[in-house]
Structure formats: C-alpha cells, structure tokens
Write a protein that binds this ligand. Structure first.
Ligand code: NAP
Length: 528
C-alpha cells in the first residue's frame, strides 16, 4: 500500500507539512496518494542511520549480500499488479513496458547477487613479504576494493524501476557494501515507495542493519541538495538531465570534503549515415529510424536525436521517407505535463534557430500530454556555429544534419559534446574507408553501434552506459552492468596485517576460493 511516508531505515515517518501528489498523464489528473516531503530532521536521521549501518554492512559477506539482493528481487515480484498499476498510473507508460522494466530490475539485482556471491570482483591483489630483500626487506601488502560509505541515489523520470529506487545504482551500491538513501523522484513517488517497501522488507528479513536503506520524498530540489551537502554522504548516483546532474556535481565539489557524483545525463546520440548505405537503402533506414525516434514517446536517454550524412540523393530520400513515415505513427503520451512542457519549449527553441527547416511535424490535434513528433534539418555549417542546436530535445524529435562533404562530417563529429552512444550505418567496406569518421565518433561516445539503433541498452557485463562529459561526469565508469560496482568502492591496502584479522578475500587460505593476483600471478590457490 502507498502511504506517502518517508522510509527512514526500518521506520515510516512523515514529520513535515509539505505535501504533493503524482500525476496520471493519460487521465490528465492527479493520483490520490498524498506524499509528505522529508524534513531536514528526517534527512539527518536517514544519513545518521546509514553511517551507523555502514560499520556493519561494509563487513557483511558476499553470500549474505547476495541473499539480501535476491530477497529484494523477490519482494519486488511479490508486489505484483499493485506495482505495475501504480507505475502505469504515474507515467502513462504501458503495462508491457512496466513488466519489461521490472524484469530488467530483477535481473540487475540477481546479477549483482551472483557477482558478490562469487566474490572475485573485489580484485584481491597480494604481494607477499620478502624478509631477505636487499637493501630493505619487502613488506607484505594486500589490496582489495572497499565500499565508500553511504550513497545517495537520484533516479530519472523515465525509468521508475530500472534506474530508480532499486535500480542499477542502488543494486551496485548494496553489492559493494554501501548503505543507500534514495531521493525519490516526485513524478513516480508511489512506484518508488512500493519498491522502497520491498527493500525494507528484504532488509529486515535478511537481518541487514537498520539504516542500510532509506527512501525520502521530495517535490523540489531542496531535499536532494541537502542530502548531497550532508557530510555523512560519501558519493552520489544520478540519472537525469544535464542541468540537474551538473548542479549536483558542482554542489558536491564545493563541499568541505568533495565527493564523487556519478551522473548519467542527457545525450543526443549521433547516427552517421555513410554514403553507400544511403545509396543502397535510404528508405529502409528511414523507416527503422521513424520507429526508434518515437519509441516510448522518444523518452529514452539513447534516443537518436541527431542524424548526420553528406548531401546526396540518398540523404534527401532518407529525409523524405523519415518525414513521411514519422507522421504516420500515432502520437503517444509523455510521462508528465512538465516533461511535455520541456519538450515543447526545447523543440521551439531549436526550430526557431536560423537555418532550421521543419520537414515533419505531426499536425493533428492530440490529447493532453501527448507529444507531436517532429523532424528538422539543418546545414552542417549552421550546426557547427550554433550550440543551441546541440540541445537535447527530450521526446520524439530528431535533427538531420546535411554536411557539405566528408571533411565537414568529421569536423562536426569531432566537435560534438560527449555522448552515450554513436551509431554508424554503413554498407560494403565503408567502415574501413571511413576510419577517420569511426575514430572521431569513438572519441566522443561511450558505445558505438554498427547498423542498428541506439535505443535499447542490454544489461550485461560488457555494456558501457556512460561516455565523455556531459553524457556522464566520469567516462571511466559505466552505469549499467556489474562493472558499475566500481563506482562505489575505493582500493584499500593492508600492510603486514595479521593473517587471521584480514578479510577472507585476502587471507592466505583463500577461504572464498576467489581469483586473486598473488605476486603478479592470477590464481585461486592458497598461499603457503
Ligand atoms: P531531472 O529533471 O534532471 O531529474 C532527476 C532528479 O534529479 C529528480 O529527482 C530531480 O528532483 C533531481 N534534480 C534535478 N535538478 C536538481 C538540482 N538542481 N538539485 C537537486 N536535485 C535536482 O531529469 P528527469 O526529468 O528525471 O529525466 C529526464 C532526463 O534524464 C533526460 O535528459 C534523459 O536523457 C536523462 N536520462 C539519462 C539516462 C542515462 O542513463 N544517462 C537515463 C534516463 C534518463 P526534482 O524532480 O524534485 O526537481
């Protein structure tokens, strides 16, 4: 049941008097539950409990953390239809998407459970002592990954499950041994609360310390700002807009003790159409892209917002087909009136720039909160000179850049801001012919796709979901896949520490049987 309260460790709490409701964009009315925003006192309490919980949780074994993570997955599944219905009522997204995203969330939790149960992820690295080394004896040094401490997680409006309360950031932080305080997204506070109740139940059932998890409501940016400024918080996970991510990054940097903010932000995901592919199959590519641009009303961080090609008959044919096809697609609802407002505002801002031609704009009347998809084109030179055209228009929108020649195409790519993805559509041996273009794109993105669409982020170990700024604040890490655990740990060394007091991962006997580096050699064996 949705209570509208904050979850402060194992307690429910609603001490404040600022309340808000979520909104059903399909019905165009508020949902009934009333949420109470967390007070400063409740924020303090959540951080204090998390700091206390960290002392115990940082020492919990991989096996026990796996039981906790799997229990969260089970409790989320047990929420059944209530979760699905709440999700749909707060986002306008269809039931199929809710179930798919739930499956992805469960899968992420279980993959982290497997990772920590196996245990080698701690990267145990051991250099044994050599008392006879000249001129000085060599000490015994043993290094592994140690959790950072309490983490604050901000989820995005467009992924209420997979990138929110028990999403990738939270699952990775728990796996690392970090308590989590979620700043609940106000647009899906009910979905967030239900998932929070699942985490709380799982934590109690599996004997995790009180404070390992809290979920705080907010209807504005103050709660998040207070959390990021709180000295007890040691790192931040954020998924959302560049504006929001950057504000929190700057805030964290200004603290007396600066802390890392791993922000995954907006992206326009350039798609490069190479000449042969355009010559051979411009219309087919355009039809595929009409679907990709409008998928989930364009509300994906990997939405293809920028398409680039060199002027040619093929590119003209692509633009014509894309423009004709995209208006045939039935408009769909956006997540919230504010998201629609943002879409209209940013679309208008781009459309009103010099040199921009609108080639498609769904013109029939649509229901409240539905988005009218659009395609625009612009010359390469105009795009290069006007950074307003580089803006993410979050929604069903894409801009086609008509480049003068290959040189300009490469120059534009090289001057793009960092992106989550880049896609190359090519035929025959074009990838080899256009190595310079491929190289330019690789330099600007976290993931490169060949002859596909960027929408759809596979959850697996080799996925990189991140990229050069502003796609993310730290391109060395991914937010998706079990490798994302590395954001929440720091390397830590023991020198000449008694064997019986070392963590199991570093003991001579290797009781966990994990893969370690011992004197430079990878091994699962014991040290004699
Ligand atoms: P958002 O407006 O940035 O909000 C995200 C969260 O951050 C909300 O909880 C919001 O709180 C908070 N927030 C925003 N600005 C803040 C500030 N200055 N100080 C403190 N807190 C702040 O983003 P959204 O509308 O939820 O999500 C859409 C965006 O996310 C799109 O740009 C999309 O491309 C991006 N996205 C990226 C990824 C990725 O993995 N890279 C995935 C999905 C979405 P309030 O709502 O309370 O203000």
């Amino acid at each position: 049941m949705v209570t509208g309260k904050n979850y402060i460790g194992n307690q429910l709490s609603a001490k404040g008097n600022k309340t808000f409701q979520t909104f059903n964009p399909e019905l165009n009315k508020e949902n009934s539950p009333i949420f109470t925003e967390a007070t400063s006192e409740e924020i303090e309490e959540a951080v204090h409990l998390a700091s206390e919980a960290f002392k115990e949780f940082s020492q919990v074994s991989g096996d026990k953390k796996a039981v906790f993570l799997n229990a969260i997955a089970d409790e989320i599944l047990a929420l059944d239809d209530l979760l699905v219905q709440t999700y749909c009522s707060e986002t306008g997204l269809p039931e199929g998407r809710a179930k798919g995203e739930r499956g992805r969330t469960i899968g992420q939790l279980r993959s982290f459970a497997n990772l920590v149960a196996e245990g080698s992820w701690v990267d145990a690295t051991i250099d044994t002592a050599d008392a006879n080394r000249e001129p000085q004896p060599k000490p015994d040094l043993r290094k592994f990954n140690f959790p950072l401490g309490p983490i604050v997680v901000f989820g995005a409006s467009n992924f209420p499950l997979a990138y929110s309360t028990a999403g990738g950031d939270t699952a990775a932080a728990f796996a690392a041994g970090c308590p989590v305080i979620v700043k609940s997204h106000p647009m899906h506070a009910g979905t967030g609360e239900l998932v929070a109740s699942a985490i709380q139940k799982a934590a109690i059932k599996t004997n995790m310390p009180n404070g390992v998890f809290s979920n705080l409501n907010s209807s504005g940016i103050e709660v998040g700002q207070k959390l990021v400024s709180n000295a007890g918080v040691k790192a931040v996970g954020f998924t959302g807009s560049i504006k929001g991510g950057r504000a929190l990054y700057d805030l964290a940097a200004k603290r007396e003790e600066p802390i890392p903010v791993f922000a995954e932000m907006g992206s326009i995901n350039p798609v490069v159409l190479l000449p042969k592919a355009l010559e051979n199959r411009a219309q087919d590519i355009a039809k595929t892209y009409a679907g990709s641009i409008t998928l989930a009303t364009g509300q994906f961080c990997t939405n293809p917002g920028l398409i680039l090609g060199v002027k040619s008959e093929g590119l003209t044919s692509f633009i014509d087909t894309l423009s004709n096809e995209i208006v045939k697609i039935n408009p769909s609802v956006m997540l919230h009136p504010n998201i629609k407002e943002g879409y209209l505002k940013n679309k208008e801002k781009v459309v009103s720039q010099d040199g921009v031609s609108v080639t498609a704009n769904y013109s029939e009347v649509v229901q409240d909160n539905y988005a009218q998809q659009a395609v625009v084109t612009v010359k390469g030179e105009d795009f290069l000179q006007n950074t307003t055209l580089h803006l993410e228009v979050f929604g069903p929108f894409s801009m086609v850049i008509q480049c003068e020649d290959e040189k300009q195409l490469e120059h534009i790519i090289s001057n793009l801001e960092g992106q989550l993805t880049g896609t190359i559509i090519a035929d025959n041996n074009e990838l080899e012919t256009y190595r310079n273009i491929v190289h330019a794109l690789q330099d600007r993105v976290g993931r490169i796709i060949f002859n596909g669409v960027p929408t759809g982020v596979e959850v697996c170990e080799s996925m990189v979901h991140g990229g050069p700024y502003p796609a993310s604040t730290d391109s060395r890490f991914t937010a998706v896949g079990v490798g994302s655990i590395k954001r929440w740990v720091r390397p830590f060394s023991y020198q000449d520490w008694p064997n019986n007091l070392l963590p199991d991962a570093l003991k001579n006997e290797n009781p966990l049987g994990i893969l370690r580096s011992v004197n430079g050699i990878k091994s699962t064996g014991k040290i004699d």
